[in-house]
Design a protein around this ligand. Structure first.
Ligand code: SF4
Length: 413
């Protein structure tokens, strides 16, 4: 039987699809991660925005067109949030939420209308199937923060951390076939050992791993001199900090139920630059959060200018039914789109400025070929385009960056 796993959404979902694939192959199934003809489909859905959820549902129809006889098992966040919407589709056989993901191989023989199970413990759900360069390693799942706009705590459950020994063992395993490990999770800053916050200890435990270690996202509250000392002492740490800001306006941050002010956020950015002057600091911003006025937006704009991010992921606010913010007064769509454009311009300028300011030799890990260029990323996450003679899946020292497409061309140092 050939099974196709279709994945939408975040890196955690991608990691989990990799783990499902590995489990199915172990059980003797043929598996593809592409949307192509297959006997059975596993649709790993996303609910981070209304559009993501709509796209997830649209995939059920796409699958029916590819193979009208194929059955679909739906998992992931959209299936937790809106189980019925999927169950009423004739080609959907089972809707198993997030917790069912690590049981797919077991339940394949009894595909029926399975109910959603809410997980309590961290599900040891391991994926070793990766590219030859960069591997993702999930260390944590769920979230306790209940930001007023976010569905994640409802669809992925409360925060739970993976056992440290299990993380270190997988990192060691991954280092045999990869050169970079990206730590992922829903709220990695909440990583705990025996109930105590322990992200610093986790990083210390990965200090001797031969791979470069990259952190996918952190909350600003976790940034302390102690953590930065630890990171600074790690020869394998990639100086990229993705700190979720969401808004740079104190009124909006409060309404979002984010537990910091713009001043506190900016002080963490400054602290990072004290330890890592050339760090790539990136962020997420939600534009047009309910009640956001022109003045509020101007405040966010000013904060962003001060923070001087290398890159921002800009999201227009998406109303998620069931969240606190869904009851707040929405901002007009045209206004939101204009604000998004303003931030996109600032983003492009900041990104160009950061790339042009690079004067040091950087270490690029090449990972793919795009339009006859060998493409890779530096330790501070600049996308580099090298001539096609450059080695693939290798570290290459680069210098003299010049802006090109979404990154830079560079000379081999
Ligand atoms: S920290 Fe906030 S935005 Fe992030 S997953 Fe948790 S509730 Fe959602």
């Amino acid at each position: 039987m050939k099974i196709a796993i279709i994945t939408l959404g975040c890196k955690v979902n991608q990691y989990e699809s990799g783990a499902i694939k590995e489990e199915l192959i172990k059980n003797g199934y043929g598996v593809t991660l592409n949307l192509e003809p297959a006997d059975l489909y596993i649709l790993n859905t996303c609910a981070v925005t209304g559009i993501a959820e709509k796209k997830s549902r649209a995939h059920v129809a796409k699958i029916a067109k590819l193979n009208p006889n194929a059955k679909v098992i739906v998992c992931g966040c959209a299936s937790e949030h809106n189980k019925e919407q999927f169950l009423k589709k004739p080609n959907v056989s089972a809707v198993i939420g997030n917790a069912g993901k690590n049981k797919i191989a077991q339940i394949l023989n009894q595909v029926g209308n399975l109910s959603t199970i809410i997980p309590l413990d961290y599900e040891d759900f391991v994926c070793h199937t990766t590219s030859r360069t960069r591997a993702y390693l999930k260390i944590q799942d769920g979230c306790n923060n209940f930001c007023s706009y976010c569905l994640i705590p409802y669809v992925r459950g409360r925060s739970r951390s993976r056992d440290l020994k299990s993380v270190v063992a997988e990192a060691t395993e991954l280092s045999k076939t990869n050169k970079e490990i990206v730590l992922t999770g829903i709220d990695m800053s909440d990583y705990r050992i025996d109930g105590k916050l322990a992200f610093k200890e986790l990083m210390e435990a990965l200090r001797d791993n031969p791979c470069r270690i990259r952190i996918s996202s952190l909350e600003c509250g976790i940034v302390t001199p102690e953590l930065l000392e630890t990171l600074k002492s790690m020869p394998n740490f990639c100086p990229q900090f993705h700190l979720s800001m969401q808004s740079g306006c104190n009124k909006i941050l409060k309404l979002m139920n984010r537990h910091y002010t713009k001043e506190q956020f900016l002080s963490k950015v400054e602290l990072i630059r004290k330890y890592f002057p050339n760090a790539a600091i990136t962020t997420d911003v939600i534009v047009g959060f309910p009640t956001e006025t022109d003045e509020d937006f101007a405040e966010t704009f000013e904060t962003i200018k001060q923070a001087n991010f290398y890159e921002m992921h800009i999201f227009p606010y998406s109303k998620r039914e069931g969240t606190v913010a869904s009851k707040f007064k929405m901002v007009d769509g045209v206004v939101v789109n204009n604000r998004v454009k303003i931030l996109e311009e600032l983003n492009a300028q900041n990104k160009a400025k950061y790339i042009q300011n690079q004067s040091e030799v950087l270490q690029c890990l090449t990972e793919s070929i795009e339009d006859s260029y060998v493409v890779g990323y530096t330790e501070n996450y600049i996308k580099i385009y090298l001539p096609k003679t450059a080695p693939l899946h290798e570290f290459v020292n680069v210098k003299n960056l010049t802006l090109f497409k979404d990154g830079a061309k560079a000379k081999i140092a």
